[in-house]
Design a protein around this ligand. Structure first.
Ligand code: SAH
Ligand code: SF4
Ligand code: F3S
Length: 441
C-alpha cells in the first residue's frame, strides 16, 4: 500500500512555522509522505494564527477548500492546530463539522496519538503539556534552524490574543536548548534563530539552580562550534537591558540586527496598550543600541488606529519612526480580538481614518528605510545564500547579518557564505555582485 500523504498549510509567525516543522517531522516518522498539493493529501492540516482578523479570514477561506475535498473523499482527515484553534477550542467541531481533529500550540505531539488510535472520531486537545523540542523535525532549509527557547507570554498587551492562545511563559531548560543547538550545528546548520514571544525575559521562571539570563544563553549558543549566525525574535523593549545590547558587539555570531517592537510612539497609547514602557524609555533603548552597536539594523512592529488614538498620538508615532529611522517595519491596522481588553475599549476609529494613517506611516517608514539602506552601498557584506532571486531566477538571493535581503549576481550555492559588493538599496532590499575569489585572497 502506498504511504499516506499529508499537506500542511501554515499561517502566522515563525513560532508557527517552527511548530509545522515539528508536525512534518513527526508525520514522516509515522511513515507519511508529504504531498505537494492539498488535493493529493490523505491528511490535510492547518496550523493557524489569530493575531488579526485578516489571519482568521484567510484561514477560513482555505478551510472551505478542505471541506470540498473531504466531501469528494470522506476518508480524508482534516486537522486544525495552532492559535486560532486554541482560541475557539471545541467550537471548531460545531462550526466546522468536517474537521476531525483540533489542537492547540502546546499539543502537537498529541496529533500522533490521534492518528495512530483505532477510532478517528473528532477530538480536541487544548492544554499545554510539553515543548515539542523532543519531536523530530523537518527543516525547510538545511543550513538554517529555529529553536524555541520559551513558550507563552506573561505580558498583558491589551490588544493581543497570544497570552490566551499560548498561555503563561515557560522557559526551556538551558541544557536542552544547548543540546538542540549542538545537534543542529552537527547537522550543518550555520544560522540559528532563538524563538519566543518575549525572548529576553528568558530564564526568570527556571528553578534557581538552572537559571541563566538571556544574555548568558546567547553567550553559550555563541560558543557552539559551527554556528556562524545567531538571531532571536522577539525581544520586548522593557527587558532590553545593556547586557543583551553589549552581546551584539561582543559575541562573534550574534547578528547586527535587533527587532524592537514599538507599537506606538505615544506614551498615552502605550499605557492603554499595557506595554509598560513610554516613548522616552523606548528611545533610551534605541540610544543604548546605537551607542554600543552603531551600525545595528533596527526593525519594529507598529499598530495604527488603536482605540482612542488621536491625531496627536499618531503624530508622535510618525515622529519616532522619523527619529529612529528603522531599517524596516511591520505595520498593522488595529484589529479587535475576541477576549482582549482593547476589543472592549471606547473610541474605535473609522476604517477610513486607520487607512489614511497607515498610508502616512508607510510613507515615512519606507523613506527612512531607503535612506538607511544607502549606508550599505559601496560596502562588501557577508551574505548567506538562500537560493535564486524571486524576481530574476538568473540572480541569487541571500541575507546579510543585518537581515537585509540581497539580490545579486553570482555563482554560489544555497547555504554558502559569500562576500557581496553592494551597489544599490531600496527600502526592503539590497542589490550587488558576488566578489569572486575574495575568500582566497
Ligand atoms: N510577541 C511578539 C509578537 C507579537 S505578534 C512581540 O511582542 O513582539 C506580532 C505583532 O502583531 C505585534 O508586535 C503587534 O504589532 C501586532 N499585533 C498583535 N495584536 C494585534 C492586533 N490586535 N491588531 C493589530 N496588530 C496586532
Ligand atoms: Fe502579545 Fe505583548 Fe506578549 Fe507580544 S509581548 S505576544 S504583543 S502580549
Ligand atoms: Fe503566532 Fe499568530 Fe499565534 S502570530 S503566536 S501564530 S496568533
Amino acid at each position: 500500500m502506498a504511504a499516506k500523504r499529508y499537506h500542511v498549510t501554515t499561517f502566522g509567525c515563525q513560532m508557527n512555522e517552527h511548530d509545522s516543522e515539528r508536525m512534518k517531522g513527526m508525520l514522516d516518522s509515522l511513515g507519511y509522505a508529504e504531498a505537494s498539493e492539498r488535493s493529493e493529501a490523505d491528511l490535510i492540516l492547518f496550523n493557524t494564527c489569530s493575531i488579526r482578523e485578516s489571519a482568521d479570514s484567510r484561514f477560513i477561506a482555505h478551510l472551505g477548500e478542505a471541506k470540498r475535498l473531504k466531501s469528494e473523499d470522506p476518508a480524508r482527515v482534516v486537522g486544525v492546530g495552532g492559535c486560532w484553534a486554541q482560541s475557539v477550542k471545541d467550537e471548531v467541531f460545531r462550526r466546522f463539522p468536517f474537521v476531525d481533529v483540533a489542537f492547540g500550540p502546546g499539543q502537537i505531539h498529541r496529533l500522533a496519538e490521534f492518528l495512530t488510535s483505532d477510532s478517528l472520531s473528532a477530538q480536541g486537545y487544548f492544554e499545554f503539556e510539553d515543548f515539542a523540542g523532543h519531536l523530530p523535525m523537518k527543516r525547510a532549509r538545511e543550513f538554517q534552524g529555529w529553536i524555541q527557547i520559551s513558550q507563552g507570554c506573561n505580558c498583558a498587551c491589551s490588544y493581543c490574543i497570544v497570552p490566551s492562545t499560548r498561555g503563561r511563559e515557560q522557559s526551556r531548560d538551558p541544557d536542552e536548548v544547548l543540546a538542540e543547538v549542538e545537534r543542529l550545528a552537527a547537522d550543518g546548520v550555520l544560522e540559528v534563530t532563538l524563538l519566543g514571544q518575549n525572548v529576553n525575559s528568558y530564564g526568570r521562571d527556571l528553578a534557581l539552580e538552572r537559571r541563566i539570563s538571556f544574555s548568558e544563553l546567547l553567550a553559550r549558543v555563541d560558543a557552539v562550534e559551527g554556528i556562524e549566525r545567531l538571531r532571536y525574535t522577539s525581544p520586548h523593549p522593557k527587558d532590553m537591558k545593556e547586557d543583551v545590547v553589549r552581546a551584539h558587539a561582543e559575541l562573534r555570531s550574534l547578528c547586527q540586527h535587533i527587532h524592537l517592537p514599538l507599537q506606538s510612539g505615544s506614551s498615552a497609547v502605550l499605557k492603554r496598550m499595557r506595554r509598560t514602557y513610554d516613548r522616552r524609555r523606548y528611545m533610551d533603548r534605541v540610544a543604548l543600541i546605537r551607542e554600543h552597536v552603531p551600525d545595528c539594523a533596527l526593525t519594529t512592529d507598529i499598530i495604527v488606529g488603536f482605540p482612542g488614538e488621536t491625531e496627536e498620538d499618531f503624530a508622535e508615532t510618525l515622529e519616532v519612526a522619523e527619529e529612529v529611522g528603522y531599517d524596516g517595519a511591520f505595520t498593522f491596522v488595529f484589529s479587535p480580538r475576541r477576549g482582549t481588553e482593547a476589543a472592549e475599549m471606547e473610541g474605535m476609529l473609522p476604517h477610513a481614518v486607520k487607512r489614511e494613517r497607515m498610508q502616512r506611516l508607510v510613507e515615512v517608514v519606507q523613506r527612512r528605510a531607503t535612506e538607511r539602506g544607502q549606508r550599505f552601498v559601496g560596502r562588501t557584506m557577508e551574505v548567506l545564500v538562500e537560493g535564486p532571486s524571486r524576481n530574476d531566477p538568473a540572480r541569487l538571493r541571500g541575507r546579510t547579518r543585518h537581515n537585509k535581503t540581497v539580490n545579486f549576481d553570482g555563482t554560489a550555492a544555497p547555504g554558502e557564505l559569500v562576500d557581496v559588493e553592494i551597489t544599490g538599496a531600496t527600502s526592503t532590499t539590497l542589490s550587488g555582485a558576488e566578489r569572486l575569489l575574495s575568500r582566497a585572497l
